[in-house]
Ligand binder design. Sequence first.
Ligand code: ME8
Length: 505
Amino acid sequence: MTFYVTTPIYYVNDVPHIGHAYTTIACDILSRFHKLKGEETFFLTGTDEHGQKVEKASNLKNQDTQNFVDEMSKSFRDLVPFLGCDIDDFIRTTENRHKKAAQFLWNKLKNNNQIYLSNYEGWYSIRDEAFYLENELKKVNDSFIAPSGSPVEWVKEESFFFKLSSWEDKLIKYYEKNQDSILPKSRYNEVLSFIKGGLKDLSISRTTFKWGIKVPEEDNHVMYVWIDALCNYLTAINYPDEDNHNFKTFWPGVHVVGKDILRFHAVYWPAFLMAADIQPPKKIFAHGWWTNEGQKISKSLGNIINPYDIINQYGLDQIRFFLFREVPFGNDGDFSKDAIALRVNADLSNNLGNLIQRISSFIVKNSDSKVLKPKRFNQNDEKLLELFKKNFDNYLNHMNLFQIDRALKNIFEYLSEVNAYVDTEAPWSLKNSNQERMKDVLYIVTILTIRCSVLLFPIIPSSIKNILKIYNLSIENFNYEKINNFFPDYLKLNKPSPIFPRIEL
Ligand code: ME8
């Protein structure tokens, strides 16, 4: 099995904010999860650098456009390691490899008789880089605005068109057969009803500006930024070399996107691909939208959340955890400082952190820093071990369905059971009366805490690396296939230092 996961490539008209960080972290979690399942993974992110929106932003800064995109792209690239994300490639649409791939795809569509020249006349939103029909727009005062709230302008120019309308039936058939290819289900229904509402041919080139990839053999036309952008997912795995290892191994991939750009990924992209004799994506997951203390995040409201500020304030894993534990992946979420503190304190500091702290310091102090595999397990031990298996199965099911919040909830419910076991077995009260049983209890709690930590690794990798160091272990020692059999003969512990300090409200 292989797993190719992509983020949208982000527009470089502005620096990244928490919304971009959210999608990138989501893909990192999924990629790490699949790697621990033993799959070969490829995780791609990057920047979308062409089109009018980006050109306009560079003009506003009075900067040469190439210099501008170089600088802005770097701010997205630098953010990746800061977010603790382990990517396999970072793609930029201004790279030569990408220009070549996009032009190859264009020629393929042209040779397959999917493109024709005509005139476009209609509404266009630069902010969304999208064409709209008049009946999709809202009238506010005397002007029209897009469903996203963006302004639109009337455009009239010669344009190449893609025969999207001829793909309507094939897309419907494809989606009716592949019902889990768009998640969550509500998004699948939305896409299917959009397609059933009728598809019009799509304008795929522009002539009124130059900042884009040239249409092959057509000097006046640059490609519409979305056909250029979507092609990045192929470029990065070496398209057009379809015999290449990466293309053969990883396509079709999984696209994680915000709900704002679902239509481009679930309607236009599969149609382009099928029209170019390439398989459509394996899956498209559309997640929800973050607001800040109840308000839409926007530059004009001045409430953009800078990922550097928030992570420096609360800690990387604290934020990664909050984002994916607090809100079901797929739903909208609200970023609130009180919610971060409550969530981190309850789960990371109290439930997991305290358990590790009190048990491992007790082992260091009272059991010569060691735990040994018990000769036998009693009924309570067996019950807790069995419960782990059940929770692990649930965790796998949830993660396979992108239900990261439910997978996490599962682990923390289990950790509460482990804490309850510690309270019942009370190893400290066995110190003088039954050393052997005390040691057995310490062993059980230790290995189960380690197993839970390994399940948490995709979400909070750097903290888990530190936790594993307490036990002289490293994540490379683990894969999920063998986790139920993790019964080491012997573990030597190091003195722990607190991992998740409480956040003051
Ligand atoms: O759309 N909440 O780029 P973009 C959650 N270049 N996610 C958010 C968010 C928020 N408030 N704000 C942004 C583009 N995002 C195109 C994509 S792909 C071939 C081309 C995330 O810079 C979310 O993933 O506008 C959304 O889809 C993406 O950033 C939009 O990034």
